[in-house]
Ligand binder design. Structure first.
Ligand code: AP5
Ligand code: MG
Length: 206
């Protein structure tokens, strides 16, 4: 089964993807995570991507599509994969349609005005990737799941988040209609508690 997780920056794609991949044993492919791994290891893709990601802008379609096509050709995807953060515009959606079939698209809907605070207050575990918010951390700097160090992403500052949200509105939001017309779209309420959002997703996947 191939699943797409659609949603604005900060909607909870990564949070829910982690839970889905643990429960349903589906490979989680996050283009953002792949780019950050490349940035960390200093590959040419990472060097190119960092200049854009830090400003909240998209990585060019050709680089992004090549990255996804190559990742989907790995043997661990032969029974399906869950895409988080791809596609993000109509070009990428059309590209994906040429290379694979899509069974379900889960749109995590959250009012955009909630997302600036979610993202500027986010802290991510370097080890297991779990996300937290400073409001619930009470000054804690280690992950409550694995004791890994928590850090703030370079694109989680006000300026970059504002750009990411604006680009979501102009480029990505159209994909809701696109997948609705293809009859594969389901929407969950991403403003609920994380565990309640996951319960809605479980109903769609069980
Ligand atoms: P990417 O890493 O995908 O960033 P994003 O889309 O901006 O989304 P985020 O990862 O910030 O948010 P999320 O929805 O995963 O939310 P999370 O679960 O962490 O991409 C980064 C960059 O890479 C892009 O800006 C672009 O430059 C480039 N890129 C990637 N893909 C690309 C593509 N296809 N084309 C071109 N460029 C591309 O949750 C956020 C926070 O909210 C956390 O603190 C979390 O704890 C909290 N939270 C989650 N759920 C809830 C809830 N239900 N209630 C309260 N808080 C919650
Ligand atoms: Mg994410």
């Amino acid at each position: 089964m191939n699943i797409i997780l659609l949603g604005a920056p900060g909607a909870g794609k990564g949070t829910q993807a982690k839970r889905i991949s643990e429960k349903y044993k589906i490979v989680h492919i996050s283009t953002g995570d792949i780019f950050r791994e490349n940035i960390k290891s200093g590959t040419p893709l990472g060097v190119e991507a960092k200049k854009l990601i830090d400003k909240g802008q998209f990585v060019p379609d050709d680089l992004t599509c090549q990255t996804v096509e190559s990742r989907l050709s790995n043997s661990d995807c032969k029974n399906g994969a869950m895409l988080d953060g791809f596609p993000r515009n109509l070009y990428q959606a059309e590209f994906l349609k040429q290379i694979t079939n899509i069974d379900k698209v889960i749109n995590i809907a959250v009012p955009l005005e909630c997302l600036m605070a979610r993202l500027t207050g986010r802290r991510v575990c370097r080890e297991c990737g779990e996300s937290f918010h400073i409001d619930s951390l009470n000054g804690e700097t280690k992950c409550s799941y694995c004791s890994g160090e928590l850090y703030q992403r370079d694109d989680d500052n006000e300026e970059a988040v504002a750009t990411r949200l604006a680009i979501y509105t102009t480029k990505t939001q159209v994909l809701i209609d696109y997948y609705e017309k293809l009859g594969v779209l389901k929407t969950v309420d991403g403003s609920k508690e994380k565990s309640d959002v996951f319960k809605e997703i479980e109903v769609l996947l069980d």
